[in-house]
Every structure is written in C-alpha cells, then in structure tokens.
Design a binder for this molecule. Structure first.
Ligand code: ADP
Ligand code: MG
Length: 497
C-alpha cells in the first residue's frame, strides 16, 4: 500500500488525518419506504404526505419492495455482503419534522454488510475504501423557518422517503480522498439507478468523521483493528458538495491539531460546517447526545430475502464502473487515468465508444476527455445533450488520421465546430484548412526562408535545437497548414542536419 497520507506540520511535530464517511443517499423510487405517497421534487408543501407519513394514530407501515430491491442492488454494486435476514428498528427522538416521534431505521441487523469501493485519485492512482454497512431508513420532514417571522412551518413531503445510509470504515486520509470517494460512490449509485445522485437537491449528502493522529498510528490501527490508536473524532453533519467536504475537513483537522498542541482534548461531538465562514461549529456534544432507545419496530416483521431472488437481481445489474474501466483499458488501450475519467458517467463512456468505432481510440479519448469535456463543463452542459454528436468527434479524428488536417489545425476546426459552423469536413473545406502535404510547396517556402536568413541557417549546424525557429516560420508562412512531419524532414535535409 503506497502511503498517500498527507502530513500536516504542527508546532509539536507532524500530524495525519483519518476520515470515515456516513453517506445518505435517497433511494430512487416513485413512492416512500413505508407508504404509497409519491416522492418527487417540486411539489407544493405537504402535497405528498399519506396518513402513515403524518403518523396518524393507528396507521401501519408497509415495506416498499422496490426500495428493498434498490438497497440490495446497491449492496451488490458495493461488492458487499447481502444479509438475507435484516430488521427494522425505531430510533426514538423528538423533532417537529418527525411526527412519529421516531425514525424507522436499521440498527444491529442492516440489510447490507461489509463491502469495498475502489476510488480514483486525481493523479490516476486508486485506493480502496472498506464499507462497513448499508442500511435502509426513513428521511424526516423539513421545518420551514423563512415563511413567517413568528412561526415555523413543517413540510412533510420528505418525511418517510427512503434513504440508504452507507457507512465507510475510516479509510480516507486526505480531504481529496474523501471527495473522490463520494464521487465514486455517486458514480456507482447512478450507474445502478438506485439514487439520482443530485447533490444540489440533497439526494446525496455526507456526514464526515474527522480525527487526527501521529504518523504510524493509523498503520497500527489497520494492523490491530483497535480504534484506540486513533484520535477522537468529530462528525460534521450533512455536507452536500465535494468542495464543502474538502473545506470542512481542512478546517476541522487544523482545529483539532491546535487543541491537541495546546495540551487540550478533542471532544467527541457533532458539528456543522458553515460554508460562508469556512469553519465548523459545535451542534451537540456526545454527552448531550441522544439516547435513541433503539428497539425492533413491532409493526414490521424481520425482512427475509430469498437467495434466488438476490441471484436473479445480480444478473440484471448493468456493467459497473470498475468493470467498464478495465474493459476500456483492455479493449481500447486507454490509460487507467483516461479510462477513469470516461467512466465517471456512463454517458461519457457511451459517447467515447460511439466515437471510437473504427478510429484511433486513444486520439478519440484525448479529444473527448480534454477539449470536449472542458468545453461542456464551461458551458454547463451534460455530455448526454452535447451540442456536438459523437459522430462529429469521430469525423474530426478521421481527418487527422488520414492526414487531411494536422492536430494543431484540428483544434481550430474544433472551435468552429463548437461555434456551430457545421461538421468537421465541411469546416475544413469551407475555410480551406486542408493540410499542405505537397512537398513542392513546402520546399519552396523553406528555400525562401533559408535564402533570407543565411546567418540563422549556419547557426543551426552548431545548435540543432534552433531548427524550431525555422519550423515556426514555415508554419506561419503556410497558415499553419503545412504537414509538421514533412516540414521537419525537409528542413533537416535542407539545413544539412
Ligand atoms: P455513529 O452512529 O456514532 O456516527 P457509526 O459507527 O455509525 O457511529 O459511524 C462512525 C463513522 O465514523 C464511520 O464512518 C467510521 O468509519 C468513522 N470513524 C470512526 N472512528 C473514527 C476516527 N477515529 N476517525 C475518523 N473517523 C472515524
Ligand atoms: Mg453517525
């Protein structure tokens, strides 16, 4: 295991960060976990509330089989243990947006057990995050504090919506790794169709557990499994963007290091991240922490799954990101990095594969991952509705492959494509961008240049790198259209190199 932990230099010596995440992912489902009420974004307040969600006396929960299927699919996607027997428990607490007075969750017998997620870092290397469990639970409603100066309103549309809580082991060591983990988790869920993964809508949010320790301690923890080697953790609640996750961790780690270096103790507590001040602040300490008095929900039977059903479900899973990555590398000869960028969304990979048919796949991958993706992201587009179809990228690459245009001119053509001027071949034709492969024309330009600059031509013999100047001049002379390889070859022979 290469050490990717990042050392933070303190006054009293070096420190390292340890991170474990609890991610809440809203199950993609038309109805709620225990009622038939609709789930959806944009409905008016309390329009999607059944009597069960409002906890009217005598109402009984009925488990939504589709949500169970979604959780099991997700477990399979996390290469995790599927527990054929699980159970629902009541987690008791009072909050105005929780009319039942308890949340139905899973405590000691979750539907999914241990698994693993392989995560790509920005530099293309990967690391594994072990999954501890995934359980199903209800979401709460929402208190609205901004409707009236003197009153709080409650909207129960979200109450009872199914969530999957995915708990990782403390296997991330930097804020970048934590963000990359959530990104990869999101990719897997979206591939599976089990969560929409829209962080802005709160579909996916993370509780981030942060602690700090001295170099060597984390390794002891991994060897022995004993948490006593790690520092006390704080949990930062409900962070809902990759950037906030990183900022919250950076701040929180420094805060803990300062306390420890001043000879203090970190209190185990729940904290909130304030994105405007870029700091975390205490919400409640562990001493005030709720005693949830978990107990099995008497209204619900234990959940027993048929192993055959699980097997059948496994057979319906789509090709998952890791398998796709491996296949893109072996089938098209892509680097791990490029394949990693393409699989982040299945639409990206599909687009690439459509464009790469019969073309130089590495070249296609470069055009997609560099030029196209950066244009799309700066314009706020998704690749699924890219203004340029994959056939246009294929044609552009074909023009490079068959020598009609150089790679440099291709960039210019791409700009015109993006501006909506037509297909690549049309643009090349219309704008007269066809590469000059005619050695006669290139030779004439070179001869003229050498004749006009005898001193420079002589100097090149001493300093061969100076040939670059000649190349630049010929390209300028030909409007960038001369075939660069031909220019180089001819220059070398004419200059006697
Ligand atoms: P709780 O319900 O109290 O939040 P859980 O066991 O559900 O406890 O979740 C604990 C989370 O905190 C897990 O993601 C785990 O990996 C992480 N964690 C535990 N100890 C540490 C630590 N010392 N540093 C960082 N993260 C930790
Ligand atoms: Mg927790």
């Amino acid at each position: 295991m290469t050490d990717h932990s990042k050392t933070i230099q303190g006054r009293t010596g070096p420190w390292e960060i340890v991170l474990g995440l609890e991610v809440h992912a809203q199950v993609a489902s038309k109805s709620k976990l225990f009622s038939g009420a609709a789930v959806g974004f944009g409905a008016g307040p309390n329009e999607q509330v059944s009597l069960v969600d409002a906890a009217m006396p005598g109402m009984l929960p009925v488990l939504n089989g589709f949500c169970v299927e979604q959780a099991v699919k997700t477990g399979l996607g996390l290469k995790a243990q599927i527990n054929l027997k699980s159970r629902f428990d009541r987690k008791n607490y009072f909050y105005p947006d929780l009319p039942q007075g308890y949340q139905i969750s899973q405590f000691d017998q979750p539907i999914v057990g241990e698994g693993v997620v392989t995560v790509e870092r920005d530099d293309g290397t990967t690391f594994d995050v072990r999954i501890e469990r995934l359980h199903l639970e209800q979401d709460a409603g929402k208190s609205l504090h901004d409707q009236d100066p003197n009153a709080t309103y409650v909207d129960l549309n979200r109450a009872g919506t199914a969530l999957m809580e995915i708990v990782s082991k403390p296997d991330m060591r930097t804020s970048e790794e934590a963000a990359a983990y959530v990104k990869k988790l999101r990719t897997i869920l979206v591939y599976l169709g089990t969560c929409d993964g829209d962080m802005e809508k709160g579909n996916l949010r993370a509780d981030v557990n942060v602690s700090v320790c001295r170099p060597g301690d984390y390794e002891k923890f991994r060897e022995t499994g004993s948490f006593s080697h790690l520092g006390t953790r704080c949990e930062i609640k409900n962070v809902n963007s990759y950037r906030y996750i990183q900022q919250a961790i950076e701040y929180e780690a420094r805060r803990q290091i300062e306390i420890l270096e001043d000879g203090g103790k970190v209190d185990q507590e729940t904290r909130l991240f304030d994105p405007t001040k870029l700091e975390t602040r205490s919400m409640r300490s562990k001493e005030e922490a709720h005693d949830y008095r978990y107990f099995p929900d008497p209204d619900l039977l234990p959940l027993i799954l048929d192993p055959e059903w699980v097997k059948d479900l496994e057979a319906t899973l789509p090709e998952l990101p890791d398998a796709k990555k491996t296949r893109l590398q072996s089938q098209y000869g892509l680097s791990a990095y490029d394949a990693g960028v393409l699989i982040i969304e299945s639409d990206r990979a599909d687009y690439f594969e459509a464009a790469a048919k019969g073309r130089d796949a590495k070249l296609v991958s470069n055009w997609v991952t560099n030029e196209l993706l950066s244009k799309l992201s700066s314009g706020g587009h998704e690749i699924a509705n890219s203004p340029l179809p994959s056939s246009d990228i294929a044609q552009l690459v074909e023009l490079i492959e068959n020598g009609t245009i150089s790679s440099k001119i291709a960039k210019e053509v791409f700009e015109h494509m993006w501006a909506g001027e037509g297909r690549p071949a049309e643009i090349v034709e219309k704008r007269g961008l066809v590469q000059i492969n005619d050695t006669g024309a290139i030779e004439a330009a070179i001869d003229k240049l050498i004749a006009a600059n005898p001193d420079k031509a002589a100097a090149v013999k001493e300093k061969p790198q100076a040939i670059g100047w000649f190349v630049g001049q010929v390209m300028k002379e030909t409007g960038g259209k001369a075939n660069p390889a031909t220019v180089n070859d001819l220059l070398k022979s004419k200059l006697g190199l």
